[in-house]
Design a protein around this ligand. Sequence first.
Ligand code: G3P
Length: 218
Amino acid sequence: MKFFIDTANLDQIREANAMGVLDGVTTNPSLMAKEGIKGVENQRQHYVDICNIVDGDVSAEVIATDYENMIREGKELAVLHPNIVVKVPCIEDGIKAIKHFSQLGIRTNCTLVFSVGQALLAAKAGATYVSPFVGRLDDISSDGIELVGKIVDMYSTYSMSTEVLAASIRSTQHIIQCVEVGADVATCPLSAIKGLLKHPLTDSGLATFLADYKKVNG
Ligand code: G3P
């Protein structure tokens, strides 16, 4: 399973990348706003800065919600860097835009997906990635991981090549559950990725090894 980091924070992206396990980055307008990146030119430079840190796919989301402007904006984003993936919301014009981008060879991430039906449309339109939002479904007493598993099964049954990118991952446990249901990618906060490292037996075992070494070597 590939790891993407779900942030527009350059320090966190650098830190995750330095671990050597990062395969890409996802951003969204809320994450860009959180970093205080204002204005189209600054936002585009920020995407390029991210691409210059990570050797992997970087999702950049269109703001337009109508077909013509999604196409214009998506083309402008796609030429920023070869690793840019154009992120498009799962609405009617978005599905049309994804189809058009796929015919042009522009890679896409269909975002804000909350049902198997939406994921079916995204794949039929030729999306490179589909992003079911796990945490936001859990927030409303639904089962986000169950949806990820159902989409994985559907794509497998019909040999659809769209990759399942589990998004809105909130915890380390979510990452493990994504592995269990066969997600292709999980896009996660840095804290959730680092949580995978934690085990008390690792900490106590290392302390014992170092203490034993010191007894003999001083
Ligand atoms: O990739 C989508 C993700 O950023 C949404 O996460 O935590 O705002 O639901 P969240």
